[in-house]
Ligand binder design. Structure first.
Ligand code: PLP
Length: 393
């Protein structure tokens, strides 16, 4: 019956309906799509080569693979641990679990905590945290954020105690805001004090460009006794349609005398037969020197989109977060407009499509999200048109 407590999400359906109706009435108009969080560039050549080699391996008796290890192939787990090592973080190979993506893990991980837990969710939020927690029969504690705290709520804003789980996302979707080390340390200390577990969503870590912004919660002292990190190759390496991610569970992590790493091994060995060999070969190529170089080139294209948009919003005097260390820009709607009102305005006037903030929860009212994953030329043109329109309002 937990499913009866889920709210229907009309957000992307609503956007699609309005866009379709507009396009039908104006078939000759080009639409500038900056709403969706899906990538537009193809996989890196090194990844493609590795995928092809993986297919060839499956064609030969000598190199063929059947079921893969449930927690991931050693070659990929080692590559993930090596990726952390390069950043000065010690992660053991058996602390890295290969997954089919972060969305799966953000919900599935709740398995090891049982039902009726108190789960803290920062608003506005990526919808999967809320839905997965409701499905698991948990109690939700919403923590509001806003312009006054730069959409980065701290434990003192939370005003609740005795929580079991805390979802944190940095760089954030939808706001693009990032926790610096000091702020993240406050969350780590808070979680350790009350024996809560932080589920840290680092799906956008590869977009961080500022030196002192942590890419991983394990850069923070004390995180190994209170955090699980959930990562994805979707946005980092264009794997949205290829599907692969990884989850880090330190061996120190214990609650009620139970070891969470061991529990997750037990869970995976019962509930999955592993990620496809071919996909894991492609994923391992992401962590090679050449792979890292090539994925960074793609990320730079999205970053340039962000720069063009931010420059236009700066010139138009608009308040926003994100863009710098994240592929999202979260702006305050001009003239106190509602987020759907602004959606309609820019669709009708300049054919630009974004995402109304209120679709991410109450705190998103009056805000608007642009994704920087779109076509570069479209994004540049959309930025120019947005600047002009906002200045004329
Ligand atoms: N976490 C956040 C914050 C996201 O925005 C997304 C996708 O948009 C995901 C996780 C899902 O990632 P994956 O494609 O690996 O399931």
């Amino acid at each position: 019956m937990n499913y009866a407590n889920l709210k229907d999400s009309y957000l992307f359906y609503g956007i699609a309906q309005k866009t379709k109706a507009y396009q039908k009435a104006n078939p000759d108009k080009h639409l500038y799509r900056m709403g969706i969080g899906d990538v537009s560039l193809p996989l890196a050549p090194t990844v493609i080569e590795a995928l092809h080699r993986g297919v060839d391996d499956q064609a030969n008796k000598a190199t063929f693979n059947g079921y893969m290890p449930e927690c991931g192939a050693d070659f990929l787990r080692e590559a993930i641990a090596g990726y952390y090592k390069k950043r000065g973080i010690d992660i053991a190979v058996d602390e890295a679990f290969v997954s089919s993506g972060a969305s799966d893990e953000l919900g599935d991980i709740l398995d090891i905590f049982g039902h009726g837990k108190k789960v803290m969710i920062m608003e506005p939020a990526y919808p999967a945290y809320l839905d997965a927690s409701i499905i698991a029969g948990n109690e939700i504690i919403h923590v509001e954020s806003g312009k006054e705290n730069g959409f980065l709520p701290l434990p003192e804003d939370a005003g609740a105690a005795d929580v079991d789980l805390i979802y944190l996302c940095s760089p954030n979707n939808p706001t693009g805001a990032v926790f610096g080390k000091d702020k993240l340390k406050k969350w780590v200390d808070y979680a350790n004090r009350q024996s809560a577990i932080i589920l840290f969503d680092a799906a956008y870590e590869a977009f961080i460009e500022e030196e002192d912004v942590p890419h991983s919660i394990f850069e923070i002292e004390g995180a190994r006794t209170c955090a699980i990190e959930i990562c994805s190759l979707s946005k980092t390496a264009g794997f949205t349609g290829t599907r692969c991610g990884y989850t880090i569970i330190p061996k120190e992590l214990e609650r009620n005398g139970m070891n969470l790493n061991a529990m997750w091994v037990r869970n995976r060995t019962s509930k999955t037969n592993g990620v496809s060999y071919i996909i894991q070969r492609g994923a391992a190529a992401v962590f090679t020197e050449e792979g890292q170089k090539q994925i960074k080139e793609n990320i730079q294209v999205y970053k340039q989109n962000g720069k063009n948009l931010m420059a236009a919003l700066d010139r138009a005097g608009v308040w926003y977060t994100g863009g710098k260390n994240a592929p999202y820009i979260w702006m305050k709607c001009p003239k106190e407009m509602g987020s759907w009102e602004f959606f309609d305005l820019i669709l009708n006037e300049i054919q630009v499509i974004g995402t109304p903030g209120e679709g991410f929860g109450k705190c998103g009212e009056g805000y608007f999200r642009f994704s920087t994953f779109g076509d570069p030329q479209d994004t540049l043109k959309a930025a120019e048109m947005l600047e002009k329109l906002i200045k004329e309002l």
